[in-house]
Design a protein around this ligand. Sequence first.
Ligand code: NAD
Length: 256
Amino acid sequence: DLKGKTAIITGSNSGIGLGVAEELAKAGADIVINSFTDRPEDHALAARIAADHGVSARYIAADMSDATACRALVEQAGGCDILVNNAGIQHVAPVEEFPVEKWNQILAINLSSAFHTTAAALPGMRAKGWGRIVNIASAHGLTASPFKSAYIAAKHGVVGLSKTVALETAGQGITCNAICPGYVLTPLVEAQIPDQMKVHNMDRETVIREVMLLRQPSRQFATTEQIGGTVVYLCSPFADQVTGTTISVDGGWTAL
Ligand code: NAD
């Protein structure tokens, strides 16, 4: 039961972040939803989660590519007990054609944001003697594929950052872990399908089964609820001694 705990989930107005927010709210946590936009529907989403689960929920706009904004998000939330670093983007291009701005943006959003929010959240967690930091990495935090250099470098970095933070907080009631999902059907994955169809000259169904889920032996997408449930487990007393590690939710991808 996470009643009385506050969870910040970065990049949570869609996809996996939203699924994680829903499961944490279901478990009783108060929720801070985030993305870089500041639209009425973002705030309405927080209100809907609060009403559905009987918790308090707020939307705080902050651009996770901006170091100052990352730290300000945690300040504005008044600190947090649970920090889920989930914001992430993808870009697919061969390394010698990879746009420099895209490289810098992906490293900032997918990796550096977790450094900044963690640095801002840790003093409050230490003061309470309890905290959970869950970084949403990827199967691409443990293995590689062509054309995703920035994403894979950032996700491997997230796994390394998680281990380091775990060592710095060990024995202090704080844990830090990375979840490594295989393919989860979300807008981020949906957006890759046309590119992959072009690169491989295949129709949608074939590219999903034969290319995207080729390395996922189950040939099934994971769900956002399953990623959310894994976060809830990491926040439970069962996981008090689980720190500095990765949990794969990848249908067998990394067993291949
Ligand atoms: P998504 O595009 O649905 O969600 C990404 C979220 O990040 C959105 O809420 C978006 O608004 C937010 N975001 C993007 N740029 C931001 C910025 N600058 N500041 C703040 N928020 C920003 O994608 P998703 O698939 O749900 O991905 C979520 C995370 O899960 C990412 O880190 C992604 O790398 C990781 N992941 C996804 C899959 C998958 O198959 N979908 C697999 C492994 C890992």
